[in-house]
Design a protein around this ligand. Sequence first.
Ligand SMILES: [Zn+2]
Length: 138
Amino acid sequence: MRNLMQKFAIFMQGRYGTDKLNNCLFVLFLVLWFVNIFVFAPIPTLIIDAFEIAIIVITVFRSLSRNISKRSAENRAFMPVYNAVAGWFKLTYKKIRDRKEYRYLKCPICKAQLRVRNVKGKHRVHCPKCGSEFDKKI
Ligand SMILES: [Zn+2]
């Protein structure tokens, strides 16, 4: 087993490996695979299968590629999209987790997310990012 791992490590030397884009492509593959379980019509199933195969081919190609600078550039181009989606999920998780104690507001000037205590009444909210103040009724 150790010999096999050494052979794999030698095989992967100089190759790109994995990154966020590959991980997200794999998650997309799993989602498509799961969706495909519930699709019974033959033509849509074939289309989803084709997407799944394309995703796996791209993921394996990127992992084994020796053109590291190009794969890194692809990952850098993908990261803003990933950060936007991951940020939305993190904020939504926080909103659900803190729903009894806090209320999340958006600053009307700089659009920053602000967290205020969930107390009924009119509040004067101060944005620490841009320094503006606004009134909000909860
Ligand atoms: Zn602000």
